[in-house]
Structures are given as structure tokens and as C-alpha cells.
Design a protein around this ligand. Structure first.
Ligand SMILES: *[C@@H]1O[C@H](CO)[C@@H](O)[C@H](O)[C@H]1NC(C)=O
Ligand SMILES: *[C@@H]1O[C@H](CO)[C@@H](O)[C@H](O)[C@H]1NC(C)=O
Ligand SMILES: CC(=O)N[C@H]1CO[C@H](CO)[C@@H](O)[C@@H]1O
Ligand SMILES: CC(=O)N[C@H]1CO[C@H](CO)[C@@H](O)[C@@H]1O
Ligand SMILES: [Cu+2]
Length: 273
């Protein structure tokens, strides 16, 4: 559902409901250039997908999550109805790509505690014509539980992103070989992750996935190649320790939280916080 300046009761219900508005990327920055991201809500009422954004097209009206049962479908790759951006943003290897989440007056519901994970895959040619199912991703950044607070859940990467007004920096590995790549940036919300406990893989409820893809272009003489990647459809099952758990239990102890997905790629370098 699309609304501007939602009244407070809608904002509050967005914290507890799975069906209401969540978020999408509003803007992004690479090599000091600002890009407008794609707004699927505007798209649903006729806006044309621009040719000058590196943020992938999606039909994800409402900025809604994917559930564990979507983790083996094409939607998990780059969000619902995704297809490649027409351009790839030039960016220097070793620099930061910054993204910004924003929708309906807020970055993301603060009660959607969880990790933020970034992946990269080479396009082996122009990303604008890549088949998303061919992309082989490695993990280049992950941030999960940060610290305990007086609430059972504590403070998580998503809380930090919200505190930064929706912005998040992704460090592009230095020395990366010239070429075009897809960044798969993802928020995961765990507030109802307990629903998947004991239900096995790909259950209809549980953790919420919010992926968004961005195409980038690296120049220069770097020699580092991405190897050992996996298709996005094999990243998650939904019943991993980091996806099927109850984060609301007192006394607070999410300090042993295990971020889901593959291990961090050996060439990854984390952004500074
Ligand atoms: C937060 O982001 C919104 C949307 O981009 C912007 O209008 C607002 O000025 C930002 N607030 C601060 C304090 O930067
Ligand atoms: C954290 O530790 C508790 C107690 O040992 C355990 O029940 C829980 O599953 C662990 N959580 C994760 C995400 O590993
Ligand atoms: C001119 C052009 O290539 N347009 C494409 C831009 O991207 C969208 C989404 O992938 C395509 O549908 C267009 O054909
Ligand atoms: C606040 C709290 O109880 N923290 C504990 C959580 O569990 C880890 C080990 O799993 C302990 O080291 C912490 O002290
Ligand atoms: Cu939600």
C-alpha cells in the first residue's frame, strides 16, 4: 500500500504487521555521484524505470519482505520481479558504495531487528544483460547483533542503519579486477523469526529478507577475481540458527548470534563504523 506522511497509527502498526509498508532504497552514492534509486511504489502508479540508476528494477510495491519459502525462488536473488539496471555506477575498488533506505517518512521499522549483509557477483560482461540466476555471490560484509540494551532484543545492524537515517556504507574490495559487478545488499528482520523454529527449511513464515541489487563498474589494473561464489537461491533455508530463533527472550542474550549465509569472502574488507 502506498501512502505519504502516514498517520502515527499506521507507523505503529507497521512495526508489528507483516503486510504493511516497509522500505526500499531511495538514493545511493558511488565515487561522489548521487543516484536516485528505483521506487517500486511510484512504478506501480506509472513512473517509468529510469535508465540512469544503477539500482535494479523491482515490482516490490510496499517494499515488502520475502519469507523463507521464497529463499529458493528467483525473487530472493534481487527482490520481487527484479531485472537488471540499465547502467552500472563507476566506482573505485576499495571505496565505499553508500545506500539509503527510505519510505513513507522513515528509513525502516526500528522494531525489525536484524543483520545487514552485502554480497558481490561478477557479471562477466555488462550487468544490464546478465541473467540474475547466473550470478555467483560471495559475501563481502556482514553486521548482526551489536550490543545489549535494556530491551530483550538489544541493538542490531538494522537499528544502526535507522539511526543513520537509513544510510549504509558498503566497502568494495580493493584490487578488484576491472569489470561490472552486482552488489546484493540485504536487510534481514528477525522480529518474527521464531515462527520458523522447528518448522524445517523454507517455511512460510519466519525471518524477513529485503534484498536490493545495484550494478557497479570497476576500472583500473586490479587483479583480484571473485571465486567460490554461490547462486543467491542457495544462500538461505530459513531454519539456520541465525534465521530460526526467538530474539525476544529475557535475559537478553543475542550475543552469540550467528549471521546466516556463507562465510565472509577472503578478499572482503569491512567498512568502518
Ligand atoms: C533523513 O532522510 C530524509 C529522506 O532522505 C531527508 O529528507 C532528511 O533530511 C534526513 N534527515 C536528516 C537529519 O539527515
Ligand atoms: C545462543 O545460545 C543459546 C543458549 O545456548 C541458544 O539457545 C541459541 O540457539 C543460540 N543462538 C544462536 C543464534 O546461535
Ligand atoms: C533502454 C533499456 O535498455 N531499457 C531497459 C532498462 O531496464 C529495464 C529493467 O531491467 C528494462 O525493462 C528496459 O528494457
Ligand atoms: C548479557 C549476557 O548474558 N551476556 C552473555 C551472553 O552469552 C555469552 C556466551 O554465550 C556470554 O559471554 C555473555 O556474557
Ligand atoms: Cu516486516
Amino acid at each position: 500500500m502506498l501512502f505519504v506522511n502516514p498517520p502515527t497509527f499506521l507507523l505503529l502498526s507497521a512495526l508489528t504487521s507483516t503486510g504493511l509498508a516497509h522500505s526500499h532504497l531511495e538514493k545511493l552514492w558511488a565515487n561522489n555521484v548521487e543516484y536516485e534509486a528505483w521506487d517500486p511504489n511510484a512504478g506501480s502508479i506509472g513512473a517509468k524505470y529510469p535508465s540512469d540508476t544503477p539500482s535494479w528494477y523491482t515490482t516490490n510495491v510496499g517494499g515488502n519482505p520475502l519469507k523463507p519459502n521464497m529463499a529458493k525462488t528467483n525473487d530472493i536473488i534481487c527482490a520481487k520481479g527484479a531485472s537488471p539496471a540499465n547502467m552500472s555506477a563507476p566506482i573505485d575498488a576499495g571505496s565505499e558504495l553508500t545506500v539509503k533506505w527510505w519510505m513513507s517518512g522513515y528509513p525502516f521499522p526500528d522494531g525489525h531487528w536484524g543483520p545487514i549483509i552485502d554480497y558481490i557477483a561478477p557479471c562477466n560482461g555488462p550487468c544490464s544483460s546478465v541473467n540474475p540466476a547466473d550470478l555467483q555471490f560471495v559475501k563481502i560484509a556482514e553486521r548482526g547483533f551489536i550490543r545489549t540494551t535494556s530491551s530483550a532484543e538489544g541493538y542490531w545492524a538494522t537499528n544502526e542503519m535507522v539511526a543513520n537515517n537509513g544510510t549504509w556504507a558498503i566497502r568494495i574490495p580493493s584490487g578488484l579486477k576491472a569489470g561490472e559487478y552486482v552488489i546484493r545488499h540485504e536487510l534481514i528482520a528477525l522480529h518474527i523469526a521464531y515462527e520458523a523454529i522447528g518448522k524445517g527449511p523454507y517455511y512460510t513464515d519466519g525471518a524477513e529478507f529485503y534484498p536490493q541489487c545495484i550494478s557497479i563498474k570497476i576500472d583500473g589494473t586490479g587483479t583480484k577475481a571473485i571465486t567460490g561464489g554461490v547462486a543467491a537461491k542457495s544462500l538461505y533455508r530459513g531454519d539456520e540458527p541465525g534465521l530460526a530463533l526467538n530474539i525476544h527472550v529475557m535475559p537478553n542474550n543475542n550475543t552469540n548470534y550467528t549471521i546466516p549465509g556463507p562465510a565472509l569472502w577472503s578478499g572482503a574488507e569491512l567498512a568502518e563504523f
